[in-house]
Design a protein around this ligand. Structure first.
Ligand code: NAD
Length: 266
């Protein structure tokens, strides 16, 4: 039997974390680096991505930052190519990039819908496709971890396009898990609850404007009630991503792990 500590050891593995410049993505990139993986940090925020790289290097692992816009699907191949060029392999992809825009249902425009679905779902689809091809070619299997949201199973309100995109992430995760199983590529998802990140704090400012759009306020929106008495920190999500990216989760595929301090119990 392999010792428990070795199960989480990612030494010799190569990972990509999208959206790794900030918040949950940064937390996951640091965790994977701390566990020994080489990490490609992709983002549009290069200053943040370079900072994440510096912190991974300080933990003793290799890392590189790369500019990749989730709205440009050709960028996905560039990121995968950089992983192969840097580490000679690709074992782990964590799809974290996501945007949030708040608006009541009646006010969501076609443009806002397209932007949301492109950033949160289309980019995940094509990044996973590019990564899976490399993993299949490498012949050593792989792990794909997709960041969904509690909104996929319990809608926030005032962001129907966001909640729909995150439910789409769950469907995509299951579809890919089924199709990639013969190649020993596991695909799982995490649904974080409210997590203290720069993006979440910024998004919170847009909620009040939505409340004013309708005379019947939606009650669910980003409630402060969490049975665990606090919001998540990025590392609360990162530790679960590490588990899914490690040998400890070798028999799991197509799963959604809700990591929300009990929020969905309410
Ligand atoms: N924070 C939460 O409460 C929470 C809860 C559930 C799910 N999530 C999901 O977790 C993920 C990360 O959220 P976060 O709170 O850490 O946000 P964040 O805004 O702090 O980080 C998101 C990162 O994505 C990058 N990014 C944004 N648009 C991009 C684009 N077009 N191309 C490339 N990179 C881009 C940003 O530069 C940033 O570094 C998102 O998918 C979000 O939906 C967050």
């Amino acid at each position: 039997m392999k010792p428990a500590a070795e199960l989480l050891n990612l030494t010799g593995k190569a990972a990509i974390v999208t959206g790794g410049a900030s918040g949950i993505g940064k937390g996951i990139a640091l965790r994977l680096g701390e566990a020994g993986a080489g990490v490609i940090v992709s983002d549009i925020n290069m200053e943040g991505a370079r900072q994440t790289v510096a912190e991974i290097e300080a933990l003793g692992s290799r890392a590189r930052a790369v500019y990749a816009d989730a709205l440009d699907i050709t960028a996905a191949q560039k990121v995968v190519d950089l992983a192969l060029e840097t580490f000679g392999r690709l074992d782990i992809l964590v799809n974290v990039v996501g945007i949030r825009l708040f608006s009541s249902f009646a006010h969501i425009t076609e443009d806002a819908w397209d932007r949301m679905l492109d950033a949160n779902l289309k980019s995940m689809f094509f990044t996973s496709q590019a990564a899976a091809k490399a993993m299949i070619k490498g012949g050593q299997g792989g792990k794909i971890v997709n960041i969904s949201s509690v909104g996929a199973v319990r809608p926030h309100g005032y962001c129907a396009h966001y909640d729909a995109s995150k439910a789409g992430v769950v469907g995509l995760t299951q579809a890919l898990a089924l199709e990639l199983a013969p190649y020993h590529i596991q695909v799982n998802a995490i649904a974080p609850g409210g997590t203290m990140t720069p993006g979440a704090i910024e998004a919170g400012k847009g909620i009040q404007a939505c409340r004013d759009q309708f005379e019947h306020p939606v009650l669910n929106v980003w409630s402060l009630d969490v049975p665990w008495f606090r919001f998540a920190e990025p590392d609360d999500i990162a530790k679960v991503a590490l588990f899914l990216a490690s040998e400890a989760a070798d028999y799991m595929t197509g799963c959604l792990l809700v990591v929300d301090g009990g929020r969905t119990l309410l």
